[in-house]
Design a protein around this ligand. Structure first.
Ligand SMILES: Nc1ncnc2c1ncn2[C@@H]1O[C@H](COP(=O)(O)OP(=O)(O)O)[C@@H](O)[C@H]1O
Ligand SMILES: [Mg+2]
Length: 334
């Protein structure tokens, strides 16, 4: 979030990255991106886009077939050990022993990172507390709910206080409550200075969490920017006016066209214009209609969503997309 010291390298930098698999599939195909220190970067794309393959390369589990990638300033191929010391990883299909308790797993993770017994024990307690699993710490993880498992995965990725955290679809399959709990956790980690690289197929998740979003399709980036920039790129907000029954629609169109360019509308009792100034257009529209003696039922301003962005750059919609135009509705008293 806040500006990094200018001397620090990007948390992640990727140039011309490729990964071909046998059979010729290029899961990653000429990827370029850069994540600044302290950012939450949302890597958004549908199933099969190349998200997991990219993450596996960045966390040194898979070698690229071309191009290069650096994490925390280190090359993922020639300096893999240094990369590993600086990162935490929660992968989609993490295999953990269901018979062990959350507390045992966290202590073991600490030991794997070279902590002494007492240190590993106190770190385990700290992390159980951090992700809200203190009470469940003594239970076998085989009995954990999906949300609890994801929170434990997160805690395990944090044991050695990584600078850069990789989360591969951290909330896929979770219910809304568990999802928001995990979002809170990611925000708080980021507030504490951790850079987060997060893959998702949920537009809402990218919108809620990410400072910047890269949209990946077919192994390369098709758009990148802050959620606001991406949406502004697709188009301006639209202002819709619902007219009172039996209003003079033609007169309403004339009056509103003085406020902004008319937009086609399916509905006969509706008139729409482009609203470059967003909500600030509402009073102007109401005054124009009022002066023309036209009764209005309601006015709303609809902004483009990340879904519109996705459709515009890929020509399709996201499977995991939640509908939900961000509409600012204003009821107008008759
Ligand atoms: N080990 C592999 N061997 C062959 N093809 C693979 C392998 N891993 C992934 N792929 C293919 O690469 C593409 C990208 O996969 P992946 O990176 O898992 O996408 P995502 O995580 O965005 O769903 C898919 O077409 C997938 O089938
Ligand atoms: Mg994946």
């Amino acid at each position: 979030m806040s500006g990094p010291a200018s001397s620090s390298p990007p948390a992640v930098s990727v140039h011309g990255l490729e990964r071909a698999f046998k059979g010729g599939i290029k899961a990653v195909d000429g990827l370029d991106l850069e994540v600044r220190e302290g950012e939450v970067y949302g890597f958004l794309g549908p199933n099969g886009a190349g998200k997991t393959t990219t993450v596996r390369i960045l966390v040194t589990l898979l070698k690229p077939t071309a191009g290069e990638a650096r994490v925390a300033g280190f090359d993922v191929v020639s300096q893999a050990d240094a990369v590993r010391r600086n990162i935490g990883v929660a992968l989609q299909e993490a295999a953990i022993d269901p018979l062990m308790t959350g507390r045992e797993l966290l202590r073991m993770q600490g030991a794997l990172h070279g902590m002494k017994g007492a240190q590993a024990r106190s770190r385990a307690e700290e992390l159980l507390d951090r992700v809200g699993l203190t009470d469940a710490g003594g239970r076998r993880v085989g009995q954990y709910s999906g949300g609890m498992r994801r929170r434990l995965d997160l805690a395990m990725a944090l044991v050695h206080r990584p600078k850069v955290l990789f989360l591969d679809e951290p909330t896929t399959g979770l219910d809304p409550t568990s999802r928001s709990a995990l979002w809170r956790e990611v925000r708080s980690l980021n507030d504490d200075g951790t850079t987060v690289f997060l893959t998702t197929q949920y537009l809402e998740e990218a919108e809620q969490l990410a400072d910047r979003v890269g949209i990946i399709a077919g192994g390369s980036l098709v758009a990148e920017g802050t959620p606001a920039e991406l949406k502004a790129h697709v188009g301006e907000p639209t202002l819709h006016v619902d007219l009172a029954p039996e209003s003079d629609v033609a007169a309403a169109r004339v009056a509103l066209s003085a406020v902004g360019p008319l937009v086609d509308c399916q509905d006969d009792a509706r008139v729409a214009i482009r609203a470059a100034r967003g909500k600030a257009t509402v009073p102007l529209a109401i005054r124009a209609l009022d002066e023309a003696g036209i009764a209005v039922e309601s006015v709303e301003v609809e902004s483009p969503t990340l879904d519109d962005v996705f459709a515009a750059v890929t020509g399709s919609t996201l499977e995991g997309a939640t509908q939900g135009a961000s509409a600012d509705q204003a009821e107008v008293p008759a």
